[in-house]
Design a binder for this molecule. Structure first.
Ligand code: UN1
Length: 509
């Protein structure tokens, strides 16, 4: 397999500019923030960073808009999200281009990310007529007991580089139909797609006759994010990123009694049991481990294979890894694009060295590609590493394509290994044994927020709640009833009789 030729930085810049233009944004200007592309590792443009004063004003504007938005009927709020979904459909190719430019995702995965946004908009529009509360049987005659879900306030969304648009839309589409307003601080590595998403939502607001201040974008570094985290006017901080980041944000938000929804690191495993359909399993494993160059929070990082199968699985995976086309994410046929930064590649090298020191053997991968063509970019070969046991490096999340292979003898041991890491996002089992499948998803099976059977760990649909346990932070976003985190619940008791009856049979006077 040969690496394909890369586009030049000038060609990439032109591609980004024309995508921005079609979305409705003229050439970015200002200073303070640099947009880059991992395809060549080079800078593209300078952009204006949001000042501390502007961030303050953005929260004020969102708070003011909340006062009218919270009483706008939810199905009318849904119309704004419906219009956003229409615009996302119209500009799907343009947005996917920007994601490839800034994140280095291959075309199919970049389009998939936009599809995920369209899907969540559809979901949120339906939800705008389904924000149900319960009526509860009252113990008192002539009383009605009910719960009502009300809008919460300003939601601060802090998102990561790897799903720069989809994670924003999971939060924003749901928050908007719930009657909240949103202030968004994206990763400083992805300002262009953030500008494009924000601009499309502005357009949707104008067209749907909604206040534009329901959404504000803050472009900048960590300091801007911290302002949002510490602002008592921000009712909920929904943050996606590393466990390290979550450890800082969680206590700061809690200290002011704000709410937080944390979506942090994963260290996802798949078990391969003797009855597995190996062809299917291998396909699922390679996508989950090497897809998106290992930069999903759901990326498969640990493979737990029954000992008798291990050699065959490892041989077939090694062969598949050798054939992975690595290179220009815009080129047809590429499956593995670049890592986001040189620092990410350095992190990968460091983890591989540690794995070897801890007794591991790198079976394939780990090398650098395209170093001459793009010295500032970080193209790496996905690595497969056989480990003697679940050592310290295996228990950490390295945000790069490293798959550690471990073996097990009996199924209980496999489940124990799956759970013996600090993170708890995603997990899966490949088996055709129904008892094993059911045990894996049972209460004493996988301890993760996502547990799959006969598919990999990544690529969740938006219809389910997304998130995980332990150091993954416990938050749930996206589908199912994740919307409840974006609303406040009021319990209401109405006495429609002419007697005052006290609960619990209490008598007074
Ligand atoms: C993330 O990596 O932050 O399940 C989100 C998946 C995608 C979302 C990943 N739907 O892999």
């Amino acid at each position: 397999m040969s690496d394909n030729t890369l586009l030049s930085t000038d060609a990439i810049r032109e591609r980004a500019l024309s995508a921005l233009r079609r979305v409705g944004i003229t050439a970015p200007e200002g200073t303070g923030l640099t947009a880059r592309t991992p395809i060549t590792g080079r800078p593209l443009f300078e952009l204006a960073a949001t000042t501390a004063e502007q961030a303050e004003q953005a929260v004020t504007a969102a708070q003011t808009a909340f006062r009218t938005w919270r009483t706008t009927p939810a199905p009318v709020r849904g119309e704004l999200v419906r219009r956003l979904g229409d615009l996302l459909r119209e500009h799907k190719d343009d947005l996917a281009d920007l994601i490839t430019v800034e994140v280095g995702k291959i075309r199919s995965e970049a389009l998939g990310e936009i599809q995920e946004m369209i899907d969540i908009c559809d979901f949120a529009v339906g939800l705008s007529r389904q924000l149900y509360g319960r009526t509860i049987a009252s113990e008192r005659p002539g009383h009605r007991l009910a719960e009502t879900w009300h809008p919460l306030g300003v939601v601060g969304v802090i998102s990561a580089f790897n799903f720069p648009a989809a994670v924003w839309s999971w939060n924003t589409a749901i928050a908007l139909v719930c009657g909240d307003t949103v202030v968004w601080k994206p990763s400083e590595l992805t300002p262009l797609i953030s500008l494009a998403c924000s601009h499309l939502l502005d357009r949707a607001a104008v067209e749907a006759d909604a206040p534009r201040e329901v959404h504000r974008l803050l472009l900048g570094n960590r300091g801007i994010g911290e302002k949002l985290v510490d602002d008592p006017r921000v009712a909920l901080i929904s943050a996606t990123g590393s466990t390290r980041m979550g450890r800082e944000i969680g206590p700061r938000v809690a200290a002011r009694f704000g709410r937080s929804l944390l979506e942090l690191g994963g260290n996802n495993a798949s078990i391969v049991a003797p009855s597995a359909d190996l062809e299917l399993a291998l396909h699922g494993i390679v996508f989950a481990a090497a897809g998106t160059a290992g930069q999903r929070c759901t990326t498969l990082r640990r493979l737990i294979v029954q000992r008798d199968l291990a050699d065959e699985v490892v041989d077939r995976l090694t062969a598949a890894y050798r054939k992975l086309p690595i290179g220009d994410p815009f080129a047809d046929g590429t499956l593995v694009g670049p890592l986001i930064t040189a620092a990410a590649a350095e992190g990968m090298r460091h983890a591989l060295a540690r794995a070897e020191a801890e007794g591991g053997k790198v079976l394939v991968g780990g090398g650098r590609r395209l170093a001459d063509e793009a010295p500032d970019a970080a193209y790496v070969e996905p690595a497969l590493v056989r480990m003697p046991e679940q050592t310290a490096v295996v228990r950490e999340e390295t945000f790069a394509p490293i798959l550690y292979v471990l073996t097990y003898d009996d199924f209980d041991e496999a489940i124990a290994l799956n759970n013996a890491v600090p993170q708890g996002l995603s997990s899966s089992v490949f088996t055709r044994d129904q008892q094993e499948a059911e045990r894996f998803v049972a209460a004493d099976g996988s301890d993760c927020g996502i547990s799959n059977v006969n598919i990999g760990t990544s690529g969740a649909e938006i219809g389910g709640a997304f998130g995980g346990e332990k150091e993954t932070g416990g938050g749930r976003e996206s589908g199912s009833d994740a919307w409840r985190a974006y609303m406040r619940r009021a319990t209401t008791t109405v006495n429609y009789s002419s007697r005052l009856t006290l609960a619990q049979n209490v008598s007074f006077l």
